[in-house]
Design a binder for this molecule. Structure first.
Ligand SMILES: NC(=O)c1ccc[n+]([C@@H]2O[C@H](COP(=O)([O-])OP(=O)(O)OC[C@H]3O[C@@H](n4cnc5c(N)ncnc54)[C@H](O)[C@@H]3O)[C@@H](O)[C@H]2O)c1
Ligand SMILES: [Mg+2]
Ligand SMILES: [Zn+2]
Length: 277
């Protein structure tokens, strides 16, 4: 993996550097991209909720301006994080924006202490919000989620959520609940979402997924028994698809797509795919 982007705790009191401007999963961009000279941005008097020192991109310090609302800036426009992922092949840039979006959302959602209601402060030495009155720390929110490809020989079990783009079918996914192992989560989510049982779920790889704050833990499992019964509301349709007649698949940047392509490659004797970093 290349190292053009790496996160670091930078002090917002340090002058200069570059900044990205984020609001509700969107970033400001112009013909030069998403990085703006920070001192220039400061003069615009944007409705700032939080400023964070994010890290280094190509060796330059990068800060985040988290805004209260997506105000108009002459010569610039707003674009969703998902669009940057889908239509820009610069994975380092996407990793930086994914990090920025998660940090910005977390910082604004933790401005006040959930325990005593006092105004929280940014911790000086770690990425945390800290309550000066009762001492609580809040770290960036991260939700472990499993994602699993279920297969039966030449067939894949794929499903549609009502939230998906028309025609797209994907692997099953779901959030880990308190107290369960990821393997237990895989079994439970599969039972809940499609009603079948599986055997030998095997961990493959993981992917950070900033929509909105998931860590995807990818599995492969073999079908064991049962008929498909889609979970009302969550699963619009679920079917077995032959590897020779697949529906429209999820974005090539996703671990869902990677798990499918990996199985196809092994089954059809092709080279293994590469999961985008
Ligand atoms: N990268 C990929 O390839 C890929 C593919 C599919 C899903 N995902 C991601 O996996 C995650 C989980 O998938 P899902 O939506 O099917 O989950 P899911 O099946 O657990 O159902 C989602 C619902 O669970 C509830 N929920 C429970 N815990 C939650 C939490 N910690 N945060 C938010 N909602 C919670 C909410 O009501 C939500 O609507 C999502 O973030 C999704 O974007 C990633
Ligand atoms: Mg799900
Ligand atoms: Zn407190």
């Amino acid at each position: 993996m290349s190292l053009r982007w790496h996160a670091a705790l930078l002090d917002p009191a340090t002058p200069g550097g570059w900044a990205v401007v984020h609001c509700q999963q969107q970033f400001l961009f112009d013909s030069n991209g998403v990085l703006f000279p920070r001192d220039w941005l400061k003069r615009l008097e944007l409705p700032l909720l939080s400023e964070q020192g994010l890290g280094y991109f190509d060796g330059d310090a990068v800060f985040l301006f988290e805004l209260d609302r997506p105000v108009a800036v002459p010569g610039a426009s707003w674009q969703g994080l998902r669009q940057f992922m889908l239509h820009n092949d610069d994975r380092d840039l996407f990793r930086m924006l994914g990090y920025a979006a998660q940090i910005g959302t977390w910082a604004t959602q933790h401005r006040f202490c959930g325990h005593c209601g006092a105004r929280m402060q940014q911790h000086a030495r770690e990425r945390a919000m800290h309550c000066p009155d009762c001492g609580i720390h809040h770290y960036p929110r991260l939700s472990p989620s499993m994602i699993v490809l279920i297969t039966r020989g030449d067939e894949l079990l794929l499903a549609r959520s009502p939230r998906f783009a028309p025609g797209v079918y994907s692997t099953l996914a779901g959030y880990v609940e308190p107290g369960e192992s990821v393997e237990q989560c895989v079994e439970r989510e599969v039972r809940e979402e499609v009603g079948v049982s599986i055997h030998s779920p095997r961990y493959i790889t993981s992917q950070g997924w900033p929509f909105p704050h998931s860590l995807m833990l990818g599995f492969h499992a073999e079908y064991a028994a049962g008929e498909i019964v889609p979970q009302p509301e969550e699963i619009e349709d679920a079917r077995w698809f032959s590897i020779h007649r697949l529906p429209e698949l999820p974005a090539r940047q996703s671990i869902a797509r990677y798990l499918i392509e990996l199985y196809l490659a092994r089954r059809l004797g092709r080279d293994d795919p590469v999961l985008p970093g």
